[in-house]
Design a protein around this ligand. Structure first.
Ligand code: UDX
Ligand code: UDX
Length: 456
């Protein structure tokens, strides 16, 4: 199929490259000229595993290119996928980009005689495609939906494994305005072998929100239980989760399928039932808040989701409190923050717990040195505003002569650090483990002052 995709953020670009690799002809469109030039040279504007390799492949096969020319892209395609950002604006979803591109598409469709499908891939609240996108498309195209097709096709890509997720999806959800829209649109996925579910537009929109908010709920639940364990004392939350994870409804016996042995299947969902310093990223924080706002707008009090957000808001501060309990006054103490990305394998710092932790440390007068394997100084504007922050180019540089270190992101290189290493390099070996990636016993045996989430 011939597809144009508007917005070359991480979702638009990954989707475009993967659909091109699966036999479609893809044009990616963006208003940002620099991004377009980079992409056409095979360079990627984000850090994403295997994306550059696949981009180079589809560029050389000429099944993919990028442009700023929206009109030509729509004329030269049968389907347009909207993939512009839908950022959070004080708890409300900002639809200005969605509205603007819907208008632009409408104006072009006015003069296009062939049947064309518009599909929304950006995360939008239930009813947005019907009540916002559809009327704008109809107004500016002077056509009624039916003369053109309309779909809502949410994405479930995880940063850091977006290519893997896009090439091997677990399900494809197609919200369709009418049968013809869905029947034509699904052809872009003809080479994908997974369940394809057809729904109405608002159901597809809600599926995306409930997926993300369930995962966010598990994380906040795990963090609240960690607080309760700490309050009781004499319990380590890691043991609690190990015990819970063995419930065969959470990790079924493989023998159910193979007929032998005691080995377990370890579903990915288990890793969200684990205590840490809270969720971040471009999706969970924004999507939970937007769903809460929608609930209030329609007269439902979202009690669980409100709590999920509140627990998450205060979770990063727990790490700073641990530190204060150990050191006391943080004024002029050199604190190393290991990890800025909201999770490993991405350079995304949006809503990263590291930001809240750094802000709190600075407020307490600490001298902060931070490190991240892939986030660079230029990526994190907030940090540039604070002259007291030093950006270390190696772990060693970050922790050398430090009074304490806080591990915020579970990068593989941090997991490998031994208690001896911290002892050798730091002024005082105080390690706050925000992800429970180290062995408590090993660190304490080596006389490191080690504190992790979920025990007292
Ligand atoms: C995506 C989704 O679209 C969002 O709804 C979801 O919740 C998270 O993932 P993302 O890919 O991260 O967002 O978006 P972003 O990095 O903001 O990129 C959007 C791109 O659209 C930018 O390159 C921007 O230049 C482009 N854009 C924006 C246009 O081309 N035209 C516009 O009018 C507005
Ligand atoms: C998420 C959804 O997983 C994805 O389906 C959707 O399309 C976009 O939002 P992403 O934000 O990239 O993707 O990352 P994800 O790996 O789900 O992590 C989100 C948050 O959960 C992070 O703060 C991360 O630290 C936390 N998390 C993630 C865990 O606590 N445990 C995990 O095992 C994975």
């Amino acid at each position: 199929m011939k597809i144009s995709i508007i917005g070359t953020g991480y979702v638009g670009l990954v989707t475009g490259v993967c659909l091109a690799d699966k036999g479609n002809s893809v044009i990616c469109v963006d208003i940002d000229k620099n991004k377009i030039n980079m992409i056409n040279k095979g360079k990627i504007p984000i850090y994403e595993l295997n994306l550059d390799r696949l981009l180079k492949k589809v560029l050389s096969k000429k099944t993919f290119f990028a442009t700023t020319n929206l009109e030509k892209s729509i004329y030269n395609s049968d389907i347009t996928i909207i993939s512009v950002g839908t950022p959070d604006n004080n708890g409300k979803i900002d639809l200005s980009y969605i509205k603007e591109v819907s208008k632009q598409i409408g104006l072009i469709l006015k003069n296009k005689s062939n049947y064309h499908i518009v599909a929304v891939k950006s995360t939008v609240l239930p009813m947005t495609t019907e009540l916002v996108v559809k009327p704008i498309l109809e107004k500016y195209s002077t056509k009624k939906v039916g003369e053109f097709g309309l779909c809502m096709n949410p994405e479930f890509l995880r940063e850091g494994s977006a290519i893997e997720d896009a090439m091997n999806p677990d399900r494809i959800i197609i919200g369709q305005y009418d049968n013809k829209s869905g029947r034509e649109f699904v052809k872009i996925y003809s080479k994908f072998n997974c369940p394809k579910i057809f729904t109405n537009l608002r159901t597809a929109e809600l599926i995306k929100y409930v997926t993300n908010s369930l995962l966010a709920t598990l994380i906040s639940y795990s963090n609240e239980i960690a607080r309760i364990s700490e309050g009781i004392g004499g319990i380590d939350i890691v043991d609690v989760w190990k015990g819970l994870h063995l419930d065969s409804r959470l990790s079924p016996f493989k023998s159910k399928f193979t007929g032998k042995g005691n080995a377990r299947i370890k579903p990915g969902i288990l890793s969200y039932i684990w205590s840490g310093c809270g969720y971040g990223g471009s999706c969970f924080p924004k999507d939970t808040k937007a769903l809460v706002k929608l609930a209030y707008d329609i007269g439902v009090k979202p009690e669980i989701l409100n709590s999920v957000i509140n627990v998450n808001k205060t979770q990063p501060e727990e790490l700073v409190l641990y530190l204060k309990n150990i050191i006391g006054n943080l004024k002029n103490k050199k604190i190393a923050v290991l990890g800025l990305a909201f999770k490993p394998d991405t350079n995304d710092t949006r809503e990263s717990p590291a930001i809240a932790i750094i802000k709190s440390l600075l407020k307490s007068g600490a001298i902060v040195t931070c490190h991240d394997p892939v986030v660079h100084k230029k990526d994190i504007k907030m940090i540039l505003k604070y002259p007291k922050i030093t950006f270390a180019s190696s772990i060693e540089e970050a922790i050398i002569k430090a009074d304490a270190a806080i591990v915020v992101t579970a990068w593989e290189e941090y997991r490998k650090l031994s208690p001896e290493y911290f002892k050798q390099k730091m002024k005082t070996p105080i390690v706050i483990d925000g992800r429970r990636i180290y062995s408590k016993e090993e660190f304490l045996k080596e006389n490191v002052c080690y504190k992790g989430i979920g025990y007292r």
